[in-house]
Design a binder for this molecule. Structure first.
Ligand SMILES: Nc1ncnc2c1ncn2[C@@H]1O[C@H](COP(=O)(O)OP(=O)(O)OP(=O)(O)O)[C@@H](O)[C@H]1O
Length: 617
């Protein structure tokens, strides 16, 4: 992108911002123009004071009180006007900048949530954070000095006009200095563009690495990778440092030039002005006014540089924000609901799916889970169980074939209806830094529009076998869980997340290895409790334990993305050698684990500990 493009594009970005906040922008610009014109007024008012008060006082050695008061009034009036101008400009600029930043943060975050898991898999958390923070800030940084810069341009034009009325020679000095100032600002921003873009993208990389290191802190520590990880971060941080130094160097060259140009103008005015005063073409008052004009204008004119100098960063930020806002791939939702109430049927019909082009993960998957039934998905690792669970909850869409929920194609369901009807409890449980209650209810409303009550929350906690634990917490449902629920054990967190799914009274419940960190006896109790109390849900459970599998009404056995067998556990045990082998292996592993669990204290979290084992066939 060339420098000219940057200015053009940057101004278009700012124009988009102005269109969002036209009223505030107008107030800020009027304030700024007022300030600009009164800045010229200041120079001429002070010139008037010198010409009408100071000069006569030197000549006559006495004050003209009337003129003195008039001069004082003039200076005060100009200052008061400037105060109003500054107030309007600053308030308007701040409002505009912060409102736009807030608006675009919301837009970016909203878009993140709409984009599909495949998009998230391609973008690091660090760069997403950088989009929502520094990119949005960079985009709207120059909008704050924009009204000031517009006021300053008006001021420069007005100053040239006023100068022509004062003296054409001094006006020529102005005509030389002001365009030079403007041009210098333009060259500055063009040179700055590539440097700012580079620094902005490195900020995202540094943030990405930092985020990854913090997230994986435990791995880094336990694997003794602190040094390597520190070096990886240091290398990127050094690149960012160098990029910022290159930005700083350019600033170092241009800033003093921009600062000193008006002073050169002042000097030129003094030289030319002294000659004009001598030749009687202008008065001393005029010379003072023009000299002051160049001095007081130096500061506002810098605002043009603030805008132009930051435009490249703004454009770089805008491009990165737009990449998120215009990213496609989100799912289109229909407008249907899941018909009727109570448990809903899940049906897969000839479903093919691939994450990456050409690498098919599911082949021709067809099965039905009748309303209210519990079906276990069983298969070796990588056979596609999680993929089926993810498709069933419509986080992904199949390449071909169809998935129906309650007889309605999943793609026809409205987003809210889908979320209300289907709950997926994933392998990785996530808890918010909030209370137990907030984590379970998520402020959701029941179908009749009322909030989920405490009784319902307790019921969900009981079904998830975590009620006794929550009861023992110091503040019960009001207990704060800390960041990501770090105050909970893995099993407690999994059960809390399950309770969250249950509290929404889903009609389809999909458990993707959702209780892996839970004692097998508790897991069995959960499933039993789910079947007897939730009553309203069809359950699809990715299962790894014989006890869980045996609890299901039916089993779907997957191998390499294909449904190899579908029937009861007993039928499959007898007729499918692969299945029998896998379940036997699970059983052996469980026996090992059971021995270790038996050696520990018995779990007292079970709601119905005595019956939990009975249901294990
Ligand atoms: N996000 C992804 N991108 C690309 N390939 C993926 C992705 N997720 C899973 N896969 C691939 O899809 C196949 C099925 O994975 P899936 O997670 O569904 O299997 P699974 O049966 O649940 O395995 P496990 O029992 O180990 O959890 C695997 O070959 C896996 O490598």
């Amino acid at each position: 992108m060339t420098g000219r493009d940057v200015i053009g594009r940057g101004l278009r970005v700012l124009w988009a911002g102005v269109q969002h906040e036209p009223k505030i922008f107008t107030i800020a610009t009027i304030g700024s123009v007022l300030f600009g014109l009164l800045t010229i007024g200041t120079a001429y008012a002070l010139g008037y004071v010198v010409g009408h008060v100071v000069e006569p006082a030197f000549a006559t050695e006495r004050y003209e009180w009337g003129t003195l008061l008039l001069a004082a009034g003039l200076v005060l009036a100009v200052s008061a006007g400037k105060v109003i101008g500054i107030f309007g400009r600053r308030l308007g600029s701040g409002f505009m900048q912060f409102r736009l930043q807030a608006l675009y943060r919301r837009k970016v975050t909203r878009r993140y949530l709409e984009l599909p898991p495949a998009w998230h898999a391609r973008h690091s958390t660090g760069s997403l954070l950088s989009n929502a923070n520094s990119d949005v800030e960079a985009t709207w940084w120059p909008i704050a000095p924009l009204p000031f810069a517009i006021g300053s341009i008006v001021m420069m034009v007005a100053a040239v006009v006023v100068l022509f009325f004062t003296d054409w020679v001094l006006a020529l000095v102005g005509l030389a200095v002001f365009p030079a100032l403007f041009s210098l600002n333009v060259v500055y921003s063009r040179r700055m563009a590539p440097r700012q873009a580079k620094a902005q993208s490195l900020r995202a990389s540094v943030s990405g690495i930092a985020h990854e290191s913090f997230d994986g802190a435990l791995v880094v520590k336990t694997m003794g990778r602190e040094q390597a990880e520190t070096e990886r971060f240091a290398a990127k941080a050094a690149e960012l440092r160098d990029a910022l130094i290159r930005v700083g160097r350019l600033r170092g060259v241009f800033d003093p030039s921009l600062e000193s140009l008006p002073s050169v103008g002042t000097l030129a005015v003094l030289v030319a002005g002294a000659w004009r005063v001598q030749s009687g073409a202008i008065s001393l008052q005029d010379l003072i006014s023009v000299t002051l004009l160049f001095t007081v204008m130096a500061f506002p004119v810098r605002s043009i540089g603030w805008v132009l100098g930051e435009l490249p960063r703004s454009v770089a930020g805008w491009d990165r924000v737009q990449r998120v806002l215009t990213a496609t791939g989100e799912m289109a939702y229909g407008e249907s609901g899941v018909p009727g109430d109570g448990p809903a049927e899940i049906a897969f019909d000839r479903v093919d799916f691939s994450y990456v082009d050409g690498e098919r993960v599911l082949h021709d998957v067809t099965f039905k889970v009748k309303p209210g039934k519990t079906v276990a998905l069983v298969g070796p690792t990588g056979s596609g169980k999680s993929t089926v669970a993810t498709l069933a909850s419509r986080l992904l869409d199949p390449d071909s074939g169809e998935i129906k929920l309650g007889g309605v194609p999943a793609t026809d369901l409205a987003a809210a209806d889908l979320a209300a009807a289907v709950a997926l409890v994933p392998q990785l449980s996530f808890a918010f830094d909030d209370t137990v209650r907030a984590n379970v209810t998520l402020d959701r409303l029941r179908p009749d529009g009322t909030p989920i009550s405490d009784d319902e929350t307790w019921a969900a906690l009981a079904t998830a076998q975590v009620k006794p634990f929550v009861e023992r917490l110091p503040d019960g449902l009001d207990t704060e869980l800390g960041e990501r629920g770090t105050t909970l054990s893995g099993g407690q967190r999994q059960r809390l997340v399950l309770a969250r799914a249950l509290a929404g009274q889903p009609r389809v419940l999909i458990l993707d290895d959702a209780t892996s960190a839970v004692d097998p006896r508790v897991e069995a109790a959960i499933l039993r409790s789910l079947r007897s109390t939730s009553g309203g849900a069809t359950i699809l459970v990715v299962a790894y334990r014989r006890a869980t599998i045996a609890l299901a009404d039916e089993v779907i056995y997957l191998e390499q993305g294909r449904v190899v067998a579908h029937g009861t556990h007993t039928q499959l045990l007898e007729s499918v050698p692969g299945y029998a082998g896998l379940v036997t292996a699970y059983e052996k592993a469980e026996a090992e684990r059971d021995r270790s669990y038996d050696a520990e204290e018995p779990e007292d979290d079970l709601e119905e500990p005595d019956t939990a084992m009975e249901i294990v066939r």
